[in-house]
Design a protein around this ligand. Structure first.
Ligand SMILES: Cc1cc2nc3c(=O)[nH]c(=O)nc-3n(C[C@H](O)[C@H](O)[C@H](O)COP(=O)(O)OP(=O)(O)OC[C@H]3O[C@@H](n4cnc5c(N)ncnc54)[C@H](O)[C@@H]3O)c2cc1C
Length: 425
């Protein structure tokens, strides 16, 4: 198939959204020889404070795709042990050591990870990535989705497809256009993200601090701390109405070693708010349409699993859909339903654990009664054993029902950019 530099008017699979789910699905389908067009509304992948935690399940997929070596060349940090400083007491909580085949989680800028997937996709002739192309609606005929309406620098046009896969994130427009509704499971908190410079003499590793009605996670990014300051749900606007010093002082109360750098949080403009949501669609599909990743289930940031579940969804979707798509068979809704059944269980289990942590631990840690949070003695005792600390690492790191790449590699054209493989910015 030869792709034109002009927007196509039809494709086998249209993927809406070039996040982790969309880019991985497009790569796998193109690699299996299936014409796939990805529509990404932004001009690049550069957005700060997206999920940057790449867990073992994703490392395993990269290895199966022979991309692990390239991935390891990206700037990254490996974390084996995640600790908490709870009421002034240090406590190891999540421990990857001893897990096989990967005993760490990698912290990698998401844009580097997405560029890696895009570069890998460009090796296949059937891979068509359209940046600055926004899907604005669904085209429906006879009760079936048969394509999307697209807004692009070249103007508006329709793109018809045998299957549309919505990977357009937690505020999915395609979900709305399809009339699908998710159930919201609630969250007691939102997260303020900002950076603070890191000095060589700072503590090592990645850890959380809970004290005095506040909770903060410090992710070690070598030269800076990626900081997640957890606040009660809906308090963002009231906080932002106060001087930035209120936030600086709260940060220093939790982490006194940052006092010499608190002014690096220059203003509220340097602080991004993640409105935490945990939701899940009752039904992930309609005839001709599938939703995966955050579009189907927004995850709480607890455990940093968002990217990884999105990738697992994409691998499962490619495994199930590659053969019928390549053969030009109509994608039956029962196939989409079985895909949902396959992926819903791992998502549901992780969300249940996240909700328990939110409601039992985070809500209490955010209670502003000035009391010092304490770890129950039994839990403290149990966490002395690595096998206990391994359990959350295994659940968040590998997940349930781990997916593996089963799609064939058929579309490779050799080194470099394949003729006809386009990236339109
Ligand atoms: C501030 C923040 C911090 C986070 N931290 C973590 C973390 O530490 N670890 C972790 O694992 N997860 C984290 N997450 C969640 C994680 O980023 C997501 O779970 C993950 O990226 C989901 O992947 P996705 O591909 O389903 O959706 P997304 O990554 O949301 O990708 C959706 C893509 O679709 C594009 N798009 C949207 N609408 C359209 C449209 N109409 N047309 C074309 N393109 C469209 C968007 O531009 C985007 O590129 C965080 C999220 C946020 C917002």
């Amino acid at each position: 198939m030869s792709l034109s530099p002009n927007p196509p008017d039809c494709t086998r699979c249209c993927v809406v959204g070039g996040g982790p789910a969309g880019m991985m699905l497009a790569l796998l389908l193109a690699r299996a020889g299936i014409p796939v067009t990805v529509l990404e509304k932004h001009g690049d992948f550069l957005r700060d404070f997206r999920g940057d935690t790449v867990h073992p399940s994703t490392l395993q997929i990269l290895q199966e795709l022979d991309l692990l070596e390239k991935f390891e060349q990206l700037p990254q940090r490996h974390e084996r042990l995640l600790r908490g400083l709870i009421g002034g007491v240090e406590q190891p909580v999540v421990d990857f050591s001893g897990l096989r085949p990967f005993d760490y989680l990698a912290l990698v800028p998401q844009w580097d990870f997405l560029n890696l997937l895009a570069d890998a996709g460009r090796r296949y002739q059937t891979f068509d990535l359209r940046m600055r192309h926004k899907a604005t609606g669904l085209i429906k005929e006879g009760g079936r989705v048969v394509g999307v309406r697209v807004e692009s620098p070249e103007g508006n046009h329709d793109l018809r497809a045998d299957l549309v896969v919505a990977c357009d994130g937690r505020h999915s427009l395609m979900r709305e256009a399809a009339g699908l509704h998710s159930k919201n499971y609630g969250a007691p908190m939102d997260v303020l993200w900002f950076r603070v410079p890191r000095e060589a003499h700072d503590p090592q590793g990645t850890f959380g601090i809970a004290d005095d009605g506040h909770l903060m996670i410090l992710l070690n990014r070598n030269d800076y701390w990626q900081t997640a300051f957890v606040v009660p749900k809906g308090s963002d606007a009231a906080l932002r109405a106060q001087p930035i010093d209120r936030l600086r002082d709260a940060v220093v109360r939790l982490a006194p070693f940052l006092s010499d750098r608190k002014d690096s949080i220059e203003s509220w403009d340097a602080v991004s708010t993640l409105a935490v949501q945990v939701d899940r669609l009752a039904c992930w599909h309609k005839p001709g349409l599938l939703l995966i990743g955050d579009a189907a289930h927004a995850m709480s940031p607890i455990g940093g699993v968002g990217i990884n579940l999105a990738i697992q969804d994409a691998v499962a979707a490619a495994n199930a859909l590659a053969a019928p798509l390549r053969e030009g068979r109509r994608i039956d809704e029962s196939l989409l339903a079985s895909l949902q059944r396959r992926r819903e269980l791992p998502v549901r289990v992780v969300q249940r654990v996240q909700l328990a942590i939110q409601n039992r631990i985070i809500s209490r840690a955010l209670e502003a009664d000035g009391g010092q949070p304490r770890i129950p003695w039994l839990l403290r005792l149990l966490l002395k054993f690595r096998v206990v600390r391994n359990r959350p690492a295994r659940l968040f790191g590998y997940g349930l029902r781990q997916e593996h790449v089963r799609t064939p590699c058929m579309g490779q054209t050799g080194d470099g950019v394949a003729p006809g493989a386009h990236d339109h910015s």
